[in-house]
Write a new protein. Sequence first.
Lengths: 303, 324, 524
Amino acid sequence: MSDVTLAEPAAVKEETPFRRFVSEFMASRIAVGGLLVFTIIALLAIFAPWITPQNPYDLAQLDIMDGRLEPGAVGGSGITHWLGTDDQGRDMLSGIIYGLRISLTVGVGSALIACLVGASLGLLAAYAGGRTDSVIMRLVDLQLSFPTILAALMILAFLGKGITNVVIALVIVEWAYYARTVRGSALVERRREYIEAAQCLALPTSRILFRHLLPNCLPPLIVVGTIQIARAIALEATLSFLGLGVPITEPSLGLLIANGYEYMLSGKYWISFYPGIALLVTIVSINLMGDHLRDVLNPRLKK
Amino acid sequence: MTAYLLRRISQSFLVLIAMSIIVFVGVYAVGDPVEILISPDADQMERERAIQALGLDLPLWEQYAIFVWRALQGDLGRSFVYNEPALQLILQKMPATLELAFGSMFISVLIGLPLGMYAGLKPDSLGSKAIMAGSILGFSLPTFWVGLMLIMVFAVQLGWLPSTGRGDTAYFLGLQWSFLTGNGLSHLLMPAINLALFKISLVIRLTRSGVRETMLMDYVKFARAKGLSPARVTYVHVFKNILIPVVTVVGLELGSTIAFSVVTESVFAWPGMGKLIIDSINVLDRPVIVAYLMIIVVMFITINLIVDLLYSALDPRVRLEGKA
Amino acid sequence: MAWNRCVFALLGALSLAAPASAQNLNMAVGAPVTSIDPHFHQLSPNNAVAGMIFDRLINTDAQSRMVPGLAESWTAVSPEVWEFRLRRGVRFHNGNEFTAEDVVFTFQRVPNVPNSPSSFAAFVRPIRNVEVVDSHTLRITTSGPYPLLPQDLTNIYILDRETHQGATTEDFNAGRAAIGTGPYRMISHRMGDRIEFERNDNYFGERPAFARVNYRMITNDSARTAALLAGDVEFVDQVPTADLTRLRGDARFAMSETVGLRLIFLGLDHMRAEVSPFVTDNEGRPLAQNPLRDLRVRRALSMAIDRAAITSRVMEGAATPSGQFLPPGVFSAIPEFPAPRHDPEQARRLLAEAGFPQGFRVTLHGPNDRYPNDGRVIQAIGQMWTRLGVRTTVEALPWTSFIARANRQEFSTHLLGWGSNPDGSHPLRSIIATPDRERGWGAANRGRYSNREIDGRLDAAMRELDNSRREQMLIEAQRMAFEDVAIIPLYIQTNVWAMRQHLRHDARVDESTRAQDIRPAAAR
């Protein structure tokens, strides 16, 4: 690892901000570890159909007679279920790998879109002030006071069930957090000299917003962002728990956990436990990256 | 200042109106309350009678107009399910939720702030790495699952705490509170921790990143250079500065804790507003849903207003728009 | 850490400070009671609690058979006139005497409860006139011969004219008007949380075993089981199937169970002759003819279902495969009529005969929060149909949106449950009969099945006062419906309660959970 960072400057003729960012990011073992784990998880998710012993979404491949088998048991179709099976006879290992796919799509997808929408609106609110600010912030109030579950229920009633619709519901539910956070720090930043300087130079508003204001609001945004990815994945699990999430025949990690929840008291822990571990590892890896990313991106932590 | 307050209040009315319209249309889109409430063996005549009795035979705009007219007179309608005034139903349940929310806020600050300070002041120590790793657990596990695990460990296996429900209550300010009795407190502890988990993590992370940033600020460096004791630097200069983001988030989260206590309340059979609202959503009891959201919106607006006012009090760099 | 432990131990000691006494009973139910007014909302948990506070003219025993309640006897003196002899010396909780006038008052109140989302009015609608012969004799005249009058009256809880004149639903909920003749009186009520009862020592029937009852509502299934395991409650109802094995294997607990009266079945789209919305060919194109109108297809779909696998694997034994509405032995159950055999070969042949050798595609809808394991059952059926060649997409919806769509006939196939009265006319009238507003028939016939012959037989049965002749007619009508696969019957649920070892319970087929059915094991 250290060899690479040492070798880097020699190879780099011109130090661009991006290169500097990459090399700074690579300097932390923990962050690189997080990246590695996350890459493996992402690869597993992408190549799920080629590596799993069973397609857990194909009802024809499932048999309830193989339901709730213990880890290591061999099912009727001759597959060894290393992590056991759920109530439908779904191989947990295959279910988890496929579930990762959906959870990542839902969690990362919704967090990114919500962040984009929320941060833009938050910046705009802080920068423009006045009426724009009021309208946006009252929208935020409205959104934050609306119980997530009710909002999701209504959105899913309008749109029907499905992964895309869950993402849309989560974006609608989550954008306000980003807006509120970004506005909070942008309010402080916009009074600073460098913004005034940029204004004096008559730079276009969008440039001031995204090139000057945004980078200085990034640290709290990344804190909220990494938390919100985790929260989106967990929220999707809660929606599934309440029967509002993804379709039951295509379970995400959250739905697998919710499904196995009922079996926890009777000792059939694997239905809920292993998806829980997978969820945990995913979220931890995202957070390890996020934590470090925040430190790297924070202009105020530069010594 | 007054102009600013007035403007915020008038804006809030618009939010209330928008909210009530969304709920009316939303509930209408989800389904028909009568289909859910009516006995499965009811015949067609009974169905028509029930639709009429609940006023659902009128066009939606007319139902809404009636609602607004009555709301202006302070009547938010009667619950379809309980046949009691919706507002009264919610207010009855409010103390239970409030004490749960405040309990969890209290726990999250009590645990989160010191841990976050420690992790921020000694970022490279093993202890703070453990704290940060642990804080990830707080928001990666679904609440309902953690709730059941808590019940399994502390109620079923160890028998230390009661599994569910709200214990004995005592009267205070004319309302029933359970934190005033030992039995009530023992019932409160687990759901409050369950609800606090996410916020503990949030407070830890915010405090830590705040401390780390502040420690590098010129005025902190200057204070240290001046020879002030490290304790004074930490507790006076750093602490004051990190309070802003923490106050914002704690304030924001108080509202959302109340609004989102739904899951914890249903896992722990906690008879609060969250339990009421999820039951009401399940049967599309529109008057209760609308009234609940009205109360929550008012609460949010008030909290946000207070947070904004505190902001300007704590950080002179922020000016209220009214003055600017 | 040690500090933590101290606090926990202290709190634990506090929570255990109230010892369970032999006179007290802590019980928890899964469905919330929404009203104490016995005429406000026809809902099983409300009816169960009403059964503790109030009485009916005719009560029902654990098997849902009619037994004397406030009426000691009832006879049809002519085809349209029934005479009820009322019990003497019965007093309400406040000391008022029960008389015939109270029954007249009750019948008048039932259809006039304001804002009721589901009233009991249909049960008194056939009553044309009530004549008070003397203080304890009544003559009820029905419009036309109506054999179901006694059955209908098992739903009506009797109030006191003096006490309940003008009483509102709120008065009942607050306890002011919660005054009946029943075995328990209500002493406190926290809506959606708990109700506390005290024994009525002057009850005319069997004296309940427990002097005080704490009736809690814990709607989350796992939390309810946990409360039992942790010793916070001694008795729970609606035991989740996932916990059955554990509780059965634990010597600290006892179970009580009985085959219930609730059939879980699949409804089919009989209404559309042409395109049915969720049936397509194997390429996803709509089929010009609705295959569900073909008896061979319906039989094939029914035969492809391995009911025994569903009841043993998904329901963990808490259900019995069934081919009809009622379990064997109940009045008007079809004798010798087993559940359809699981025969995939025959099913494939029938499908090919009907012109679908390669099968077709269908979406099966169902609720995921209404019946035990409902979402799991539709997935299991999806597996079985897909193996038959009918590629099935399974869509589970929350009940709120499911039932509204089902009532609009939006689905091609859907899962539903039906809790019957122990009388075949009840499910026939609602689910099988051709919808008819005037007669109140077919209100729950969501597939719009229509068979004039069955309607004719049901109509005759509804006028027949001779019970054995009536039973024969109902059996014939039901047999025709199931041979024509009007619906695909799956299984009848078993009602399961769990309790501490020192308790015993009379399991009720009607699913209601009442304190008077529980007693200490030693008292047997």
